[in-house]
Ligand binder design. Sequence first.
Ligand SMILES: [Zn+2]
Length: 440
Amino acid sequence: MRSTRVVTPEDTRPATVLVTGGRIDRVLPYETGVPTGVRLTDLGDDALLPGLVDTHVHVNDPGRTAWEGFATATRAAAAGGITTLLDMPLNSLPPTTSVAHLRAKQDVARPKAYVDTGFWGGAVPGNVADLRPLHEAGVFGFKCFLSPSGVEEFPELDADALASALAEIAAFEGLLIVHAEAPGRLEAAPQRRNSGRYADFLASRPRDAEHDAIRQLIDLARESRARVHVLHLSAADALPQIRAARREGVRLSVETCPHFLTLTAEEIPDGATEFKCCPPIRERANQDELWQGLADGTIECVVSDHSPCTTDLKTADFMTAWGGISSLQLGLPAVWTEARRRGHELADVARWMSTGPARLAGLTGKGAIEPGRDADFAVLAPEETFTVDPTALHHRNQVTAYAGRTLHGVVRSSWLRGERITEDGRPLKRAGRLIERNEP
Ligand SMILES: [Zn+2]
């Protein structure tokens, strides 16, 4: 693979990447001669990035396949430059809360996966005894909620249940990933029913809810010495306490999402519930601080939180509409468009959307263009623009908050273990494997 812009952990430079047996063998100078018998793919000035790793995807399969499914989700991922995804444990039926449920989901996913696919487990009330078996069966960690999840089969943990789950997870050196909104703060916030006003919805999910939940997690992580990860951070005023905790050595990591980085509360029209997610998209000033958190390394991952539903569930009432934003195929161009405007480089985007998530999940074979890693690539034309046409998305449902936006960065192709799996958005090859947590 030859490009004038190969994005490696050291720098972005003209280079030739030698791939053997599905792995990156060496990163050679651009002008390297190609021996006979070796096939050269010359990408010209298109950038060669490590394939994206999206550790936050709700595939909903089996059980809610009208919302999404492994075939559609992994096709959309591949078209968007994602070569590895991890499926969230809820919204499918069954949820991934026991080994039997995990096996049921793996059986459904196996024949459908266009990209490498792994699974998070779920920590719910009453399943502490399932956590270690799930860990040993290869889940990458455990998701829990502190407030209602939105589906009844995946209840939240109260303070006692959270402490028990975390103690168990710490015992086997696992990872807890948390939807961090404090239920007390949500209950105390104004809940205006039958409202299409975005301002009412925003007021119902205040920043304090994230702030308090994260403070609770920091305390627990400090005491238990367990690894804790904050999912989809929206409220940037939680960043100072996260920075302080990390300086102190608390094992806490943080992700945010393309929608928090590229969309703002000010521009969301009333009734436009395709923009609804929890925690919510906040104001422009908040967004600037999230970018600051990325720039200074406090936030290490940008992942989609792709959480789709059928069109009829996106009712005009913000309070009852399903919360979730579909962006699997669009995350890379959405983030790159705003990143470049703010003076960031492709290498930053690769770090946030590939290296960081791979490290979070312990995927040592993914996340960078360097010898020994899988030859997973996203080929991007960074200067080229396109206007988002929902009908061109491979998502099962074409509802998206990005409709009509003009974005920078066209994904030309995606490559998995050295094989081209998409070209110009068209799926070519279903080469995904089911992946499990690496043994330490
Ligand atoms: Zn989610």
